[in-house]
Write a protein that binds this ligand. Structure first.
Ligand code: NDP
Length: 335
């Protein structure tokens, strides 16, 4: 069996040497345990936070510890009456080919809802993040304008499509022409703008002639600065992620913090940070709606697959700078 551990805490952008591939004997299942063989591993931006020390909403991975992550696995041996050999489950087993579980936190995947990989994508944590952040915090109304960056990615692609289902206009921001073409032509957003375009602010203004009512914040940085003046009175900003800052080595207060606060006051803006687990009680609603939308073709999704556990570090480094085009997955074993 193989696993990838955190070799060193990265400074700035993670490097391949911050990870280490280790081999270990396939463990055997004790009383009440199951042995899992990883089929799909999800790579997600939050993992950058787990590589660093310092206060966050979750504890860091210890140096030498297995990198954290959610995976879809097959039960290959079972001493637990709740799970049979051949069952497909998802669990936070991390970056490894095999793991032992006592069944706690193990969730059976229903293959009838879609390909099993979607249980960690559009029908899993990223889809749920889009659904709850947009609907419970953003609350888009018909005719309003919703803007989201990372628009071709796991969360952003679902945000814009759900906004459209609710009758809102969706404007995406993505890195490069191919991603923008996909967002407009395949996903049906009204417009999509490349965040590396030197005229980003002007193009955003053109794409949002009535201003912005909901800005689903995935990135921060230059995108946020360009967009902030376009927020309408009473606009809602679900603060989901700040990927433009995950590799920052120091926290710089914005020079324009005072101007921003004045606008929050005078325009009566709502900013609300959230972690998807805050909305656990909405999981049933999410799964019912999202699986229906996916089945009916109203929500499309794209997966970006790299092959083999060994590919995970490079794929993760790429994810932080836009090398992925769609939900980043690692195919660890055959499915
Ligand atoms: P994506 O599939 O969207 O992949 C990350 C993308 O971020 C990259 O492909 C890149 O796309 C974009 N990006 C990277 N750097 C920048 C930058 N400087 N400016 C603009 N875009 C950038 O990832 P996810 O959909 O999984 O995650 C999206 C966001 O949601 C992240 O911030 C993540 O941390 C957050 N999140 C938060 C959760 C919560 O509970 N609060 C749960 C899940 C995700 P491009 O090429 O278009 O630039």
């Amino acid at each position: 069996a193989k696993r990838i551990v955190l070799a060193a805490r990265p400074v700035g952008e993670p490097k391949p040497s911050d990870f280490r591939l280790e081999e270990f004997a396939i463990p055997s299942a004790g009383a009440g345990d199951v042995l899992l063989r990883t089929v799909w591993l999800s790579l997600d931006p939050y993992m950058r936070g787990r590589m660093s020390e310092g206060p966050s909403y979750a504890a860091p991975v210890p140096v030498g510890g297995v990198m954290e992550g959610e995976a879809v696995s097959e039960v290959v041996a079972s001493n637990n009456s709740d799970f049979a050999v051949g069952d497909i489950v998802r669990a936070r087993t991390g970056w490894q080919t095999h793991a032992i579980s006592n069944g706690k936190g193990l969730i059976k995947v229903d293959p009838k809802l879609g390909p099993i990989s979607t249980s960690i994508g559009v029908l899993g944590m990223p889809g749920m993040t889009a659904y709850t952040g947009l609907l419970d915090i953003g609350k888009p109304q018909a005719g309003e304008t919703v803007v989201v960056a990372g628009a071709s990615g796991a969360v952003g692609s679902a945000v814009g499509q759900i906004a459209r289902i609710k009758g809102a206009r969706a404007v995406g921001i993505a890195g490069g022409k191919d991603k923008c073409d996909y967002v407009v032509k395949e996903l049906g957003f009204e417009a999509c703008i490349d965040h590396r375009d030197p005229d980003l602010a002007a193009k955003l203004k053109d794409a949002c002639p009535d201003g912005i009512d909901v800005y689903f914040e995935n990135v921060g940085g230059a995108v946020f600065e360009a967009l902030f003046p376009l927020l309408n009175p009473f606009a809602r900003v679900p603060v989901c992620g700040l990927i433009a800052h995950y590799n920052d080595t120091e926290a710089k207060p914005p020079k324009w913090a005072a101007a921003m606060m004045r606008n929050i006051l005078t325009k009566r803006l709502t900013f609300r940070g959230f972690i998807v687990s805050d909305f656990a009680s909405r999981h049933g609603d999410f799964l019912r709606d999202m699986s229906t939308w996916v089945r009916d073709g109203k929500v499309k999704y794209k997966e970006f697959v790299t092959e083999g556990l060994e590919s995970a570090p490079a794929a993760f480094i790429g994810l932080l700078k836009g090398a992925n085009f769609g939900k980043q997955l690692v195919r660890v074993g055959g499915d």
